[in-house]
Design a protein. Sequence first.
Length: 416
Amino acid sequence: MAASLAAPSGPATAWLTPWLAQLPPPAGDLAAVQQRGRRALAEQPLPGGRDEAWRFTDLSLLAKLPLDPATAAEPLPALPPEQPEVLRLQLDGVSDPLAGLSLPAGLTPLNASELAQGLGHTLAATGCQHHWPVELNHATAGRVLALRVASRARVRLELVSSQPAALLPLRLLLVLEEKAELELSQLLLAEQPGLTSLVLEAHLARSARLEHGLVALGMPQAALLGQIAVEQEPESAVALTAVTAGWGLARLEPRLSQVDGQAHSTLRGLQLVDGRQIADTHSHVHFGGPEGQLDQLHKAVAAGQGRSVFNGAVRVPRAAQRTNAAQLSRNLLLSDRARIDTKPELEIVADDVKCAHGATVSSLQTEELFYLQSRGIDADQAAGLLKRAFCEEVLRQLPAPARACCPPERLQLDLP
């Protein structure tokens, strides 16, 4: 008989039970999902140091944040102009982002039966449907943006969100039909204390292509918990690029499953921490068949007393012969009080594969600084240029609308 999950207890989780009790009653299209999520949160313990996947992630900040669900849209700050042929939508967790809009050709909302069939399917397929951040989103999200990209259509979409002094739960479901193409730029902003919870599911049919660029810019009194789950059918391609900076706590979990192999996955990540900030990325890629490809690069810049965590898991079972996977973690340590924990991880059962992984941690090189200073560039500018160059390898992979929202000065790359 399976053992039952222990209920949350102890000072670290004392806030959770009263918070669940004061949530408004489940309502709307996601009422059943909300009910299941709240039940799950009440039954399973808050992740902590005894859980290997969470042992470096301190969730104590959550107890200090305003976590009432958002009830009104937050005004957006000034943003770069919309780019041609890009549809910009505001996601606020409250209003319908599609109200009054004419969608571009090839992009349609999922109907109720399609939503019921598809919601949660990719979370289950990638093994994260019961992860604590997912259940938190389930318990609170009242809306879902569910879209289909038609076969052979090419769509460019930009999603922007500004977190109020509250909990902002965002839920997305994307279905890409055969040979469909979607360029998705996503901007998450937090200029007030609170929590942004993101759950994104995407299913790619044969030969479909998804390019997703996520830029998340926060503040030390704000937290981000993000889950990105992607299913890939053969000959599909996905490119995920994520940039996080400024959050007191930021945790992203991209999980990809190549259902029958013969697909291509590209992962790019950049996290910047300073002060006492924590940025944590846990990625997981599973190859369900032969001839799959993975190209993954994760970078981090840690200053002050910031902490960067990266755990990249790649699973290559016996069925995944002729897999070609490369994973690299490169990190820049700018303070002797900052910390970087990195663990690229390969689990290979197949015997005909090309798989490699590696990790490096370094500081700004004295020789490079000296070279720039010898050309008349002062020390602070030289350090800024080297940091920009280090980050540029990831930043240049963002779709144009996402990149326009994170110029170097906004990422504080000019600071020593």
